[in-house]
Write a protein that binds this ligand. Structure first.
Ligand code: NAI
Ligand code: 0TF
Length: 264
Protein backbone atom coordinates (compact mmCIF):
# COMPACT_ATOMS: atom_id res chain seq x y z
CA UNK A 1 0.00 0.00 0.00
CA UNK A 2 1.25 3.51 -0.80
CA UNK A 3 1.74 5.23 2.56
CA UNK A 4 0.74 8.80 3.31
CA UNK A 5 3.48 11.29 4.12
CA UNK A 6 3.27 14.32 6.44
CA UNK A 7 3.42 16.46 3.27
CA UNK A 8 0.27 14.73 1.91
CA UNK A 9 -1.52 15.75 5.12
CA UNK A 10 -0.13 19.29 5.37
CA UNK A 11 -3.23 20.89 3.81
CA UNK A 12 -5.72 18.20 4.85
CA UNK A 13 -7.96 20.44 6.98
CA UNK A 14 -8.55 22.96 4.16
CA UNK A 15 -8.91 20.17 1.62
CA UNK A 16 -11.62 18.48 3.70
CA UNK A 17 -13.60 21.70 4.13
CA UNK A 18 -13.27 22.60 0.43
CA UNK A 19 -14.18 19.10 -0.77
CA UNK A 20 -17.18 18.96 1.56
CA UNK A 21 -18.35 22.18 -0.13
CA UNK A 22 -17.65 20.82 -3.64
CA UNK A 23 -19.51 17.56 -2.91
CA UNK A 24 -22.54 19.60 -1.79
CA UNK A 25 -22.35 21.63 -5.00
CA UNK A 26 -22.07 18.51 -7.18
CA UNK A 27 -24.61 16.27 -5.45
CA UNK A 28 -26.83 18.50 -3.26
CA UNK A 29 -25.67 16.38 -0.31
CA UNK A 30 -23.13 17.38 2.28
CA UNK A 31 -20.56 14.62 2.75
CA UNK A 32 -22.20 13.42 5.96
CA UNK A 33 -25.62 13.60 4.28
CA UNK A 34 -24.32 11.46 1.42
CA UNK A 35 -22.79 8.93 3.85
CA UNK A 36 -26.10 8.73 5.72
CA UNK A 37 -27.90 8.03 2.43
CA UNK A 38 -25.33 5.44 1.30
CA UNK A 39 -25.11 3.47 4.55
CA UNK A 40 -28.54 4.20 6.08
CA UNK A 41 -26.82 4.95 9.40
CA UNK A 42 -26.34 7.97 11.64
CA UNK A 43 -24.09 9.00 14.52
CA UNK A 44 -25.56 8.60 17.99
CA UNK A 45 -23.16 10.39 20.36
CA UNK A 46 -20.44 7.75 19.89
CA UNK A 47 -17.03 8.60 21.36
CA UNK A 48 -14.26 7.90 18.88
CA UNK A 49 -10.87 6.77 20.19
CA UNK A 50 -7.93 7.34 17.83
CA UNK A 51 -4.89 5.18 18.57
CA UNK A 52 -1.46 6.06 17.12
CA UNK A 53 0.32 2.90 15.95
CA UNK A 54 4.11 2.56 15.83
CA UNK A 55 4.29 -0.77 13.93
CA UNK A 56 6.01 -0.92 10.53
CA UNK A 57 6.83 2.53 9.18
CA UNK A 58 5.63 4.02 12.46
CA UNK A 59 3.66 7.11 13.31
CA UNK A 60 2.94 9.45 10.40
CA UNK A 61 3.19 13.07 11.61
CA UNK A 62 -0.34 14.53 11.97
CA UNK A 63 -2.15 11.31 10.90
CA UNK A 64 -3.99 11.00 14.25
CA UNK A 65 -4.52 14.77 14.43
CA UNK A 66 -6.03 14.76 10.94
CA UNK A 67 -8.44 12.00 11.99
CA UNK A 68 -9.44 14.01 15.05
CA UNK A 69 -10.01 17.07 12.85
CA UNK A 70 -12.28 15.06 10.54
CA UNK A 71 -14.23 13.59 13.48
CA UNK A 72 -14.76 17.01 15.07
CA UNK A 73 -15.45 18.78 11.75
CA UNK A 74 -18.50 16.54 11.36
CA UNK A 75 -19.69 17.25 14.90
CA UNK A 76 -18.55 14.05 16.59
CA UNK A 77 -16.68 13.55 19.85
CA UNK A 78 -13.20 12.03 19.67
CA UNK A 79 -9.83 11.83 21.37
CA UNK A 80 -6.29 10.67 20.61
CA UNK A 81 -4.81 8.30 23.17
CA UNK A 82 -1.63 9.34 24.95
CA UNK A 83 -0.28 5.80 24.64
CA UNK A 84 0.33 3.99 21.38
CA UNK A 85 -0.42 0.46 20.16
CA UNK A 86 -1.78 -2.06 22.72
CA UNK A 87 -1.43 0.37 25.63
CA UNK A 88 -3.29 2.91 23.50
CA UNK A 89 -6.05 0.38 22.83
CA UNK A 90 -6.39 -0.29 26.57
CA UNK A 91 -6.50 3.45 27.22
CA UNK A 92 -9.12 4.07 24.52
CA UNK A 93 -11.43 1.35 25.87
CA UNK A 94 -11.02 2.34 29.51
CA UNK A 95 -11.71 5.99 28.63
CA UNK A 96 -15.03 4.98 27.11
CA UNK A 97 -14.36 4.88 23.35
CA UNK A 98 -17.30 3.43 21.43
CA UNK A 99 -15.45 3.34 18.11
CA UNK A 100 -11.74 2.72 17.55
CA UNK A 101 -9.80 4.21 14.62
CA UNK A 102 -6.30 2.85 14.04
CA UNK A 103 -3.93 2.11 11.17
CA UNK A 104 -0.71 0.27 10.49
CA UNK A 105 0.99 0.02 7.09
CA UNK A 106 -1.40 -2.67 5.83
CA UNK A 107 -4.81 -1.71 7.17
CA UNK A 108 -6.65 1.32 8.46
CA UNK A 109 -9.80 0.25 10.31
CA UNK A 110 -12.82 1.54 12.23
CA UNK A 111 -14.23 -0.87 14.82
CA UNK A 112 -17.46 -0.16 16.65
CA UNK A 113 -17.10 -1.84 20.05
CA UNK A 114 -20.82 -1.54 20.80
CA UNK A 115 -22.28 -3.27 17.73
CA UNK A 116 -19.21 -5.17 16.46
CA UNK A 117 -19.22 -3.53 13.01
CA UNK A 118 -15.81 -3.31 11.34
CA UNK A 119 -14.82 -1.15 8.35
CA UNK A 120 -11.75 -1.04 6.13
CA UNK A 121 -10.45 2.23 4.70
CA UNK A 122 -9.75 1.01 1.17
CA UNK A 123 -13.25 -0.42 0.73
CA UNK A 124 -15.03 2.57 2.27
CA UNK A 125 -12.89 5.05 0.32
CA UNK A 126 -13.60 3.37 -3.02
CA UNK A 127 -17.28 3.24 -2.20
CA UNK A 128 -17.79 6.87 -1.18
CA UNK A 129 -15.74 8.37 -4.04
CA UNK A 130 -17.82 6.25 -6.43
CA UNK A 131 -21.07 7.34 -4.76
CA UNK A 132 -20.09 10.98 -5.25
CA UNK A 133 -20.08 10.38 -9.01
CA UNK A 134 -23.29 8.32 -8.91
CA UNK A 135 -25.00 11.21 -7.12
CA UNK A 136 -23.59 14.04 -9.27
CA UNK A 137 -26.80 15.82 -10.21
CA UNK A 138 -25.60 17.12 -13.62
CA UNK A 139 -24.91 13.59 -14.82
CA UNK A 140 -27.41 11.55 -12.84
CA UNK A 141 -28.80 10.09 -16.09
CA UNK A 142 -25.41 9.55 -17.77
CA UNK A 143 -24.42 5.93 -17.25
CA UNK A 144 -20.83 5.79 -18.56
CA UNK A 145 -18.02 5.92 -16.02
CA UNK A 146 -14.30 5.31 -16.40
CA UNK A 147 -12.42 3.62 -13.54
CA UNK A 148 -8.62 3.98 -13.66
CA UNK A 149 -6.69 1.80 -11.17
CA UNK A 150 -8.23 -1.54 -10.24
CA UNK A 151 -6.57 -2.20 -6.89
CA UNK A 152 -7.96 -2.35 -3.38
CA UNK A 153 -9.69 1.02 -3.65
CA UNK A 154 -10.68 0.81 -7.33
CA UNK A 155 -12.32 -2.62 -7.05
CA UNK A 156 -14.98 -1.64 -4.46
CA UNK A 157 -15.62 1.42 -6.63
CA UNK A 158 -16.30 -0.88 -9.61
CA UNK A 159 -18.75 -2.85 -7.44
CA UNK A 160 -20.48 0.34 -6.32
CA UNK A 161 -20.89 1.62 -9.88
CA UNK A 162 -22.27 -1.73 -11.03
CA UNK A 163 -24.75 -1.79 -8.14
CA UNK A 164 -25.90 1.63 -9.35
CA UNK A 165 -26.39 0.25 -12.90
CA UNK A 166 -23.58 2.29 -14.45
CA UNK A 167 -21.73 1.27 -17.65
CA UNK A 168 -18.27 0.72 -16.19
CA UNK A 169 -15.17 1.08 -18.39
CA UNK A 170 -12.00 -0.12 -16.65
CA UNK A 171 -8.33 0.64 -17.14
CA UNK A 172 -5.17 -0.35 -15.28
CA UNK A 173 -1.50 -0.20 -16.25
CA UNK A 174 -1.43 -3.91 -15.36
CA UNK A 175 -3.30 -5.69 -18.16
CA UNK A 176 -3.59 -8.88 -16.06
CA UNK A 177 -5.58 -6.92 -13.51
CA UNK A 178 -7.94 -5.68 -16.25
CA UNK A 179 -8.47 -9.29 -17.37
CA UNK A 180 -9.12 -10.42 -13.78
CA UNK A 181 -11.70 -7.69 -13.20
CA UNK A 182 -13.34 -8.33 -16.57
CA UNK A 183 -13.64 -12.03 -15.72
CA UNK A 184 -15.33 -11.23 -12.41
CA UNK A 185 -17.63 -8.32 -13.32
CA UNK A 186 -19.72 -7.16 -16.33
CA UNK A 187 -17.40 -4.29 -17.29
CA UNK A 188 -15.96 -2.93 -20.56
CA UNK A 189 -12.20 -2.99 -21.03
CA UNK A 190 -11.17 0.56 -21.93
CA UNK A 191 -8.51 0.65 -24.62
CA UNK A 192 -7.24 4.22 -25.10
CA UNK A 193 -5.29 3.35 -28.28
CA UNK A 194 -7.85 1.27 -30.16
CA UNK A 195 -11.10 2.86 -28.97
CA UNK A 196 -10.59 6.29 -27.40
CA UNK A 197 -13.63 7.62 -25.56
CA UNK A 198 -14.28 10.61 -23.33
CA UNK A 199 -16.28 10.61 -20.07
CA UNK A 200 -18.15 13.02 -17.82
CA UNK A 201 -17.54 10.73 -14.84
CA UNK A 202 -14.03 9.51 -14.06
CA UNK A 203 -12.88 7.65 -10.94
CA UNK A 204 -9.13 7.29 -10.34
CA UNK A 205 -7.31 5.30 -7.63
CA UNK A 206 -3.65 4.86 -8.51
CA UNK A 207 -0.44 5.99 -6.76
CA UNK A 208 0.72 7.78 -9.94
CA UNK A 209 0.50 11.27 -11.42
CA UNK A 210 -0.78 12.02 -14.95
CA UNK A 211 -2.94 8.93 -15.28
CA UNK A 212 -5.79 11.01 -16.70
CA UNK A 213 -4.97 12.05 -20.24
CA UNK A 214 -6.66 14.64 -22.41
CA UNK A 215 -8.49 12.13 -24.61
CA UNK A 216 -10.70 10.87 -21.75
CA UNK A 217 -11.91 14.33 -20.75
CA UNK A 218 -15.00 16.30 -21.76
CA UNK A 219 -15.80 19.91 -20.93
CA UNK A 220 -17.03 19.91 -17.27
CA UNK A 221 -15.97 16.32 -16.50
CA UNK A 222 -15.98 15.34 -12.83
CA UNK A 223 -12.96 13.43 -11.52
CA UNK A 224 -13.49 11.69 -8.19
CA UNK A 225 -10.05 10.51 -7.13
CA UNK A 226 -8.68 9.27 -3.83
CA UNK A 227 -5.40 8.47 -5.62
CA UNK A 228 -2.33 10.28 -4.30
CA UNK A 229 -0.66 12.12 -5.99
CA UNK A 230 -3.41 13.67 -8.11
CA UNK A 231 -3.72 11.94 -11.48
CA UNK A 232 -4.72 15.02 -13.47
CA UNK A 233 -2.59 18.07 -14.26
CA UNK A 234 -3.50 21.69 -13.43
CA UNK A 235 -3.38 22.43 -17.15
CA UNK A 236 -6.08 19.84 -18.02
CA UNK A 237 -8.23 20.88 -15.07
CA UNK A 238 -8.25 24.44 -16.36
CA UNK A 239 -8.62 23.59 -20.06
CA UNK A 240 -11.70 21.35 -19.51
CA UNK A 241 -13.11 23.06 -16.42
CA UNK A 242 -12.81 19.75 -14.56
CA UNK A 243 -14.25 19.49 -11.04
CA UNK A 244 -11.87 17.32 -8.95
CA UNK A 245 -12.86 15.66 -5.68
CA UNK A 246 -9.64 14.71 -3.88
CA UNK A 247 -8.67 14.75 -0.23
CA UNK A 248 -6.11 12.50 1.48
CA UNK A 249 -7.88 11.09 4.57
CA UNK A 250 -11.09 12.67 5.85
CA UNK A 251 -13.61 11.63 3.18
CA UNK A 252 -12.62 7.97 3.47
CA UNK A 253 -12.63 8.23 7.28
CA UNK A 254 -16.17 9.61 7.37
CA UNK A 255 -17.27 6.79 5.06
CA UNK A 256 -15.71 4.27 7.49
CA UNK A 257 -17.49 5.81 10.47
CA UNK A 258 -20.88 5.69 8.75
CA UNK A 259 -20.14 2.09 7.77
CA UNK A 260 -19.95 1.19 11.48
CA UNK A 261 -22.66 3.45 12.96
CA UNK A 262 -26.03 1.96 13.92
CA UNK A 263 -28.94 2.16 11.47
CA UNK A 264 -30.60 5.58 11.30
P1 NAI B 1 -3.33 -0.68 -5.04
O1 NAI B 1 -1.85 -0.82 -5.13
O2 NAI B 1 -4.13 -1.78 -4.43
O3 NAI B 1 -3.94 -0.38 -6.49
C1 NAI B 1 -3.41 0.58 -7.37
C2 NAI B 1 -3.74 0.14 -8.80
O4 NAI B 1 -3.34 1.20 -9.68
C3 NAI B 1 -2.99 -1.12 -9.22
O5 NAI B 1 -3.89 -2.05 -9.80
C4 NAI B 1 -1.97 -0.60 -10.24
O6 NAI B 1 -1.65 -1.55 -11.25
C5 NAI B 1 -2.72 0.60 -10.80
N1 NAI B 1 -1.85 1.59 -11.43
C6 NAI B 1 -0.62 2.01 -11.03
N2 NAI B 1 -0.15 2.94 -11.86
C7 NAI B 1 -1.10 3.13 -12.82
C8 NAI B 1 -1.18 3.97 -13.97
N3 NAI B 1 -0.18 4.80 -14.28
N4 NAI B 1 -2.30 3.90 -14.73
C9 NAI B 1 -3.30 3.02 -14.43
N5 NAI B 1 -3.26 2.20 -13.35
C10 NAI B 1 -2.18 2.26 -12.55
O7 NAI B 1 -3.57 0.70 -4.25
P2 NAI B 1 -4.89 1.16 -3.49
O8 NAI B 1 -4.82 0.71 -2.09
O9 NAI B 1 -6.05 0.81 -4.34
O10 NAI B 1 -4.66 2.75 -3.46
C11 NAI B 1 -4.71 3.51 -4.63
C12 NAI B 1 -4.36 4.96 -4.29
O11 NAI B 1 -5.36 5.50 -3.43
C13 NAI B 1 -3.03 5.15 -3.56
O12 NAI B 1 -2.44 6.33 -4.02
C14 NAI B 1 -3.44 5.30 -2.11
O13 NAI B 1 -2.50 6.01 -1.35
C15 NAI B 1 -4.71 6.10 -2.28
N6 NAI B 1 -5.64 6.06 -1.15
C16 NAI B 1 -6.20 7.25 -0.83
C17 NAI B 1 -7.15 7.31 0.17
C18 NAI B 1 -7.80 8.63 0.47
O14 NAI B 1 -8.52 8.73 1.47
N7 NAI B 1 -7.60 9.64 -0.36
C19 NAI B 1 -7.55 6.12 0.91
C20 NAI B 1 -6.90 4.90 0.47
C21 NAI B 1 -5.97 4.89 -0.54
O1 0TF C 1 -0.90 5.68 4.63
C1 0TF C 1 -1.68 4.79 4.83
C2 0TF C 1 -2.89 4.61 3.96
C3 0TF C 1 -3.92 5.57 4.50
C4 0TF C 1 -5.13 5.61 3.70
C5 0TF C 1 -5.91 6.85 3.94
N1 0TF C 1 -5.63 7.80 2.93
N2 0TF C 1 -2.55 4.88 2.58
N3 0TF C 1 -1.59 3.93 5.86
C6 0TF C 1 -0.59 4.01 6.88
C7 0TF C 1 -1.13 4.68 8.10
C8 0TF C 1 -0.17 4.55 9.23
C9 0TF C 1 -0.58 5.39 10.43
C10 0TF C 1 0.45 5.31 11.54
N4 0TF C 1 0.62 3.97 12.02
C11 0TF C 1 -0.02 6.22 12.68
O2 0TF C 1 0.31 7.44 12.65
O3 0TF C 1 -0.70 5.74 13.59
Amino acid sequence: MALLTPEDLANMTNALVENDRLIAELTDYSLDGLCRKVYGTAPNKEKIGIIPVTAGGGIIGSFSESLLFAVQHFGMDGFITENTDVAGYYEAVTKGADIILMADDLAYIAHNLRNGKLAHNQICTGRIYAEILCNAKDYIDGKDVLVIGLGKVGTPAVETFLNKKQNVYVFDVDSKRIDEIASMYPVFKYNPEKEPKSFFKIFEATPCADTICESVLKENSIVSTPGIPRGISDELIEKYNVRVVLEPLGIGTLSMLYAVFDSA
